[in-house]
Design a protein around this ligand. Structure first.
Ligand SMILES: [Zn+2]
Length: 153
């Protein structure tokens, strides 16, 4: 994990089941959410990507006792922590930013594909100079590469 990418980090208790809680640290970066259990725990590190989070809500109705996160597929993770409000805001902001980044990346690659398609169209509409073989626009009467008169047909 890149230290510079950490957005928020807190001591947290992971509710593994109704009867089992695990002490550790919860860390949010621009890309993922990671729970690192304390050294003496038998629990494995839990980490998942921001795009796998579908919702984040406050745990407890009146006072905020923590957060629960809904993952893709409906699995819920419960974490007891002090600053639930801050965490919810941070996760929602990070998710929005991350989604925006992913969308922009898709648009960039999509844009490249369109440029390529236009190039192919150009190639189809251009004619080849019978002297030097250069591709030239069909409206020219002289080859811009070798100067030869353009012959059609
Ligand atoms: Zn030519």
């Amino acid at each position: 994990m890149d230290k510079e990418e950490i957005l928020i980090e807190s001591q947290a208790t992971y509710r593994r089941s109704m009867t089992e809680s695990v002490q550790g640290r919860l860390t949010l970066t621009k890309k993922e959410l990671v729970f690192t259990p304390s050294a003496n725990s038998s629990c494995q590190e839990i980490g998942f990507k921001l795009e796998d989070i579908v919702g984040v809500e406050k745990l407890g109705i009146i006072s905020s006792k923590g957060i629960y996160i809904t993952r893709k597929g409906g699995k819920k993770e419960r974490y007891k922590l002090e600053n639930a409000k801050e965490w919810i805001h941070a996760i929602e902001t990070a998710r929005r930013e991350h989604e925006k980044e992913l969308r922009e990346a898709t648009e960039r690659t999509g844009g490249r594909r369109i440029t390529k398609e236009i190039e192919v169209i150009h190639e189809k509409t251009r004619i080849r100079c019978t002297y030097c073989g250069a591709l030239i626009p069909p409206d020219l009467t002289q080859c811009p590469n070798c100067g030869a008169p353009v012959r059609r047909g």
